[in-house]
Write a protein that binds this ligand. Sequence first.
Ligand SMILES: *Cc1c(COP(=O)(O)O)cnc(C)c1O
Length: 366
Amino acid sequence: MKTIHVVQSSMPLREEYMAEISDIWDTRWLTHSGPKHEKLSKLLCEYLEVPHISLFANGHLALEAALSRLPVGSEVITTPFTFASTTQAIIHCGLVPVFCDIEPTYMTMDASQIEELITDKTSAILPVHVYGYICNYKEIGRIAHLHKLMVIYDAAHAFGEYIDRVTVGNLGDISMFSFHSTKVFHTVEGGGLVYADGTLKKEYAAWRQFGMYDKEDAEQMGTNAKMTEMHAAMGLCNLRHIEEQISLRCQNAMRYREHLKDISGLYIPPQQDNVEYNYAYFPVLFEKEKFGKDRDMVISDLEKHNIFPRKYFYPLTSKFDICKQKFKIQETPIAEDISNRVLTLPLYADLTIEDVDRICAVLKEY
Ligand SMILES: *Cc1c(COP(=O)(O)O)cnc(C)c1O
């Protein structure tokens, strides 16, 4: 029986990638904002409809670049219902994570709970468009404006999405996209920051190159976080096929919804009707009393059928040792409940309708 994992990376045809990288053997321009890096930046700005982008070696370092401008020791209001990267970027930049609960329908930060977490040390809000569900950006924007806080979105799951016809990259001050190989669009490893303030471009270029604005002096601390030409080339290939990739994902997501819509105790979060989705993930929640089995029992059944979903996102990042040892942890009961019951079913472009049928057949056995 074919093994099905939660995600499988998309790849262009071998010939397409070979053609894209072949001139590198003539130019020997392998990294340092080469022509492919520059071309990808331009095409991504067009695709995402944003004025500026800076590319990085991965999404995590992009997030650290964005956070590196905040005063050390200041507090960042964030969500614990996310991938390790979001919280670790905060901690690694010498900032204090303050965990806000999520709302139960779309699992994004509950904007109505933000204000009570604001102190005179708060410098920013870092919400996550989790699974591609877009945060309550209007309310978050209003609060941020009122309290003079920066809004940095972790948009790792929201590549190419729109809400109210606004591109997701134009929400907040800065948004981070991950181009990791498991994401909707990828450069093998890679990431980007998009922002409206064009003066940041130089700063990020220096940050990813040891803080060097020119070839001699380092004026501030930075790191090495450049995207190479080989990675940019993969991005150029993948971007040509992005629409098709998203539509294949959409077909699979619709098939799941059709199969699973009327199962007692199995909850599929609804779509937001003002959002154009990229169908990055397909999370479902189980209620044991009604469904008959809990999330972990479902996992072991699926595994018996060679199907390997993932507990995205369990545990909450606020439960990590690195957090518990260092910080006062806020209670987030809704996030905790959801993280105990959520399962992310396999979803990727090359997953077939037959695969989805096979996965759903196991879930329908109960
Ligand atoms: C993937 C991901 C990241 C980090 O991305 P990398 O490119 O793997 O460093 C950050 N936040 C979330 C929510 C992610 O899913």
